[in-house]
Design a protein around this ligand. Structure first.
Ligand code: UGA
Length: 433
């Protein structure tokens, strides 16, 4: 079967490579020729473990192809998967410009009875407009299906190969049959829903996980005020099978390219649907305020950052990715600089992106990007751990302990061995204790 995947972000590239690994002929399409040139050389345009090997294997076998040419990618395709970005507008509503542009560009080359799969995250109701948009430009018969994606960055290949479920939202039985057989090799439960349920399921999953994180962050704040320890609280309630201890470690709030935008879009959708008083607006507000609130508490803790040397460990939004969208470093570093600190930053894989993002600060000598954890922490008054990379957790902080001065170790992920670093003489501050 010939399949086209439009968009070569995380979802697009990984989806294309996984479908190709089943032996289908897959064309990955992007309008950015630089991305296509890299992908043809097996280089993902972003850091993602295991992806390079999969790109190499599927392209070498002749199953996967990349192009910036719509005709080449779309002509004769039975299934077209749209995986372009759907960012938020200023008011939190979803921006469908990339989706519309992909649809308009593919229409001239559509094959009769093509199945158009929308993998991009879109709110319920979108399909009526999309169907109209396609019908107004072509006579070709087509079916629409919503197959949302649940992969995480950093584990995208494994998540796509081993999903908890596959959701196929369509009103067409024939489209469902084709898509069901396409996803069969994944050995995951396949759920048929209407398109609206599939679309809302995606927002529901992300908003629920974001709510869990915000909830535990609020409990962490109460722990700090009450003498309780959030890690002990999680251990206690986690044994309740209805609750569980997974996926709600407290921290600096959720970031990345998905949760912040999806919660905002769900909040906006709720208000539009007449649910003005809704949880999602509050979750978004609480998360938006979290970093500022933490920064003030750290400023108080260290007696102001003026003339302090601060090591910032972790510049992307989480480990195993170089994605800096909504990363805590984007707020902390400018705030530290404004408060008069000299900042040393390090990240195991996001240094190139950080170089671009913080070019002004680097040129003004307010921020130095270093080559290692050791280099970042050498001479630091304050070490601020923003991302839980294993190499930050296992690092021997004794190597940078200067017994002639007071030094603070701030662990925004609660992952460092507290007693050990306290015994080294650092003033330790975690979350929720
Ligand atoms: C998230 C979802 O987990 C995926 O299922 C979904 O497919 C994806 O969004 C998407 O919509 O495309 P991702 O953004 O890659 O995936 O990252 P997560 O690992 O879920 O983390 C999101 C944020 O929550 C990060 O800032 C992370 O540090 C934070 N987090 C996560 C916590 O603060 N505590 C936790 O317990 C877990």
């Amino acid at each position: 079967m010939k399949i086209t995947v439009i968009g070569t972000g995380f979802v697009g590239v990984v989806t294309a490579a996984v479908y190709a690994s089943f032996g289908h002929t897959v064309f990955g399409l992007d309008i950015d020729p630089n991305k296509i040139a890299k992908l043809k050389k097996f280089q993902p345009p972003f850091y993602e473990p295991q992806l390079e090997e999969l790109l190499k294997k599927t392209q070498t076998k002749g199953w996967l192809h990349f192009t910036d040419n719509y005709r080449e990618a779309v002509a004769d395709s039975e299934v077209i998967v749209i995986a372009v970005g759907t960012p938020s507008n200023q008011d939190g509503s979803v921006n469908l410009d990339y989706l519309h542009s992909a649809i308009d560009s593919m229409i001239p080359y559509l094959k009769e009875k093509v199945i158009v799969v929308v993998k991009s995250t879109v709110p319920p109701g979108t399909f009526a407009d999309l169907a109209e948009r396609i019908k107004s430009q072509t006579q070709v018969a087509f079916e629409l299906a919503s197959v949302p994606e649940f992969l995480r960055e950093g584990t995208a290949v494994q998540d796509t190969l081993n999903p908890d479920r596959v959701v196929i939202g369509t009103t067409s039985q024939s489209a469902f049959t084709v898509l069901e057989s396409l996803h069969k090799p994944l050995k995951a439960p396949i759920i048929k829903t209407n398109p609206e349920s599939a679309q809302l399921s995606k927002y529901t999953a992300n908003a629920y996980l974001a709510t869990r994180i915000t909830f535990i962050n609020q409990i962490a704040d109460l722990c700090e005020k009450s003498g309780a320890d959030v890690e002990e609280v999680i251990r206690v309630i986690g044994l309740d099978k209805r609750i569980g201890s997974h996926y709600w470690y407290p921290g600096p709030g959720y970031g990345g390219s998905c949760f912040p935008k999806d919660v905002k879009e769900l909040a906006h959708y709720s208000i539009k649907a007449g649910e003005v008083d809704n949880l999602f607006v509050k979750i978004d507000q609480l998360n938006e305020k979290r970093l500022g609130k933490l920064f003030l508490s750290y400023e108080q803790l260290v007696g102001g950052f003026k003339d302090k040397q601060v090591a910032v460990l972790g510049l992307a939004f989480k480990p195993d990715t170089d994605d800096m969208r909504e990363a805590p470093s984007l707020q902390f570093i400018p705030k530290l600089i404004k408060a008069g600190a000299k900042v040393m930053g390090f990240d195991p894989v996001a240094m190139n992106n950080a170089q671009n993002v913080f070019q002004t600060e680097i040129e003004a000598n307010q921020l130095s990007l270093t080559g290692s954890v050791l280099e970042a922490c050498q001479g630091a008054d304050v070490i601020l751990l923003l991302v839980e990379w294993p190499e930050f957790i296992s690092f021997d902080y004794g190597l940078v302990r200067d017994t002639h001065k007071k030094q603070w170790l701030i662990d925004t992920r609660n992952r460092l061995p507290r007693e050990k670093v306290k015994n080294l003489g650092f003033v330790y501050r975690g979350i929720g204790a």
